[in-house]
Ligand binder design. Structure first.
Ligand code: NAD
Length: 439
């Protein structure tokens, strides 16, 4: 099929590359000329495992190309995906200005029947709004479909190629058939395409992300109780997750959720609820708990060293909001670093992929270390903020010798507390008792 994907960010680039891999002719459009020029030179603007290979193969086989020319892309395509950002506005609502701008441009460019697919995460009613905007620009027939994307950064290709489900929001069975056909190469394992009305599809995405955020905040609160009563959250998690009704996913306490999706989608669902006269109370607490959780490592560091950290150096392992991505949007590391700097500490940070993005946030205010052990040299403590695989099994001897003081604040519970303490580290986890005999 002939496809245009408008917005070539984390989602659009993955969707475009994967659809091209599925045999379609895909034109990816972005209004950021630098990004498009870079992509045309083979430079991938984000870190996503496997993406570079996929883009390179599909561009060289001429199923995938990049342009700033939206008109040309729309005219050449039957299906037009909108995959632009929907950042939170001042009041928490999803800001639809990019979506509306693209819908307007699509309407102007249309030269015949088109299917416009909302891939961006958008509030209930946006499919209708996009249809209104396009009708204002064209006489040509079209349909608007809501097709929320559930990919996870860091595993985006796998998620798109082997989705748990594909949600198609349309009231027209013929359009549903075309969309099913488009996704059929990715659903050979029998995972479902769920066709529903556009409003339900739009809400499904928010409800799913809000549920996942709720599980994270719930476990962060369980961890806080564990610390107070002398229980170990790792054991509690095993006990809980073994219940099939609960399962193990998203049961890990940590330093709070971040990224471009959970924080904004939780806010947007709260706003939609308020707009319809309903106060989504659980989500208020989910947010409050998460904001507090982003401070948890700092609080532990201050509890150990006192509030004045001048003269102290803290090493950070991990800057991105989660492993296998360079994305630092709403990352807990940002809150921790700002608080450490405000308390007078020096920060030396390592991350396998996020250092370029971190530089745009912190500039010269922190030191960047391309090797993880270098960050430890002379530091008074290590704070593990992101659970990148390379941090899981370090050489603990090298670690202990490099640190000025063998103190570890493990924000992701990646180490065994008993073993750490036996090796001479002073170890602090999340929801882990300080008494080693119960760890
Ligand atoms: P992003 O900011 O990485 O990318 C958006 C892209 O759109 C940018 O490259 C920008 O230059 C481009 N753009 C903006 N206005 C444009 C215009 N008028 N014409 C052409 N291009 C334009 O955003 P993202 O992370 O890819 O997210 C896109 C949407 O997908 C959001 O609604 C988000 O909530 C949703 N989503 C994101 C993820 C994720 O993990 N990042 C997962 C699922 C859904």
């Amino acid at each position: 099929m002939k496809i245009a994907v408008i917005g070539t960010g984390y989602v659009g680039l993955v969707v475009g590359a994967c659809l091209a891999e599925g045999g379609n002719d895909v034109i990816c459009v972005d209004n950021d000329k630098n990004k498009v020029d870079g992509l045309n030179r083979g430079e991938i603007p984000i870190y996503e495992p496997g993406l570079e290979t996929l883009v390179s193969r599909n561009t060289s086989e001429e199923r995938l190309r990049f342009t700033t020319d939206l008109d040309d892309a729309v005219r050449a395509s039957l299906i037009n995906f909108i995959a632009v950002g929907t950042p939170p506005g001042e009041d928490g609502s999803a800001d639809l200005k990019h979506v509306v701008a693209v819908a307007t441009a699509i309407g102007k460019a249309m030269n015949g029947y088109k299917i416009i697919v909302n891939k961006s995460t958008v509030p209930v009613g946006t499919a209708r709004k996009v249809a209104e905007v396009i009708s204002g620009q064209t006489e040509h027939p079209f349909d608007v479909v809501s097709n929320p994307e559930f990919l996870k950064e860091g595993a985006a290709l796998e998620d798109f190629m082997k989705p748990d489900r594909v949600v198609i929001g349309t009231n027209d069975p013929r359009v549903a058939e075309i969309m099913k056909e488009l996704y059929s190469p990715f659903l050979r394992t029998g995972k479902p395409v769920i066709v529903m009305d556009p409003e339900s599809a739009e809400l499904t995405k928010y409800a799913a992300n809000a549920m996942l955020a709720t599980r994270i905040s719930f476990m962060n609160e369980v961890a806080r109780i564990c610390e107070r009563v002398g229980a170990n959250v790792n054991r509690v998690r095993e006990g809980m997750g073994s219940d099939e009704r609960i399962g193990f996913s998203f049961l890990f306490p940590g330093t709070g959720y971040g990224g471009s999706c959970f924080p904004k989608d939780v806010k947007a669902l709260m706003k939609t609820s308020r707009d319809h006269g309903y106060d989504f109370r659980i989500l208020d607490s989910v947010e409050v708990v998460n904001e507090e959780q982003k401070h948890i490592l700092f609080d532990k560091i201050v509890a150990h060293y006192g509030p004045d950290l001048s003269g102290k150096t803290i090493a950070l392992w991990g800057l991105s909001f989660k492993p296998k991505t360079d994305d630092m949007r709403e990352a807990p590391s940002i809150v921790l670093i700002e608080k450490l700097l405000a308390a007078g500490a020096k920060v030396r940070a390592n991350d396998p992929e996020a250092i370029p993005n971190a530089k745009t946030i912190f500039g010269g205010r922190i030191e960047y270390c391309t090797k993880n052990y270098d960050a430890l040299k002379g530091a008074d403590a290590l704070a593990v903020v992101t659970e990148w695989g390379l941090y899981a099994r370090p050489d603990f001897d090298v670690m202990r010798k490099a640190l000025a003081q063998p103190v570890v604040f493990d924000g992701r519970n990646i180490y065994n507390p008993n073993k750490m303490r036996a090796m001479g580290f002073l170890y602090f986890g999340i929801g882990i008792p300080t008494d080693p005999t119960t760890s």
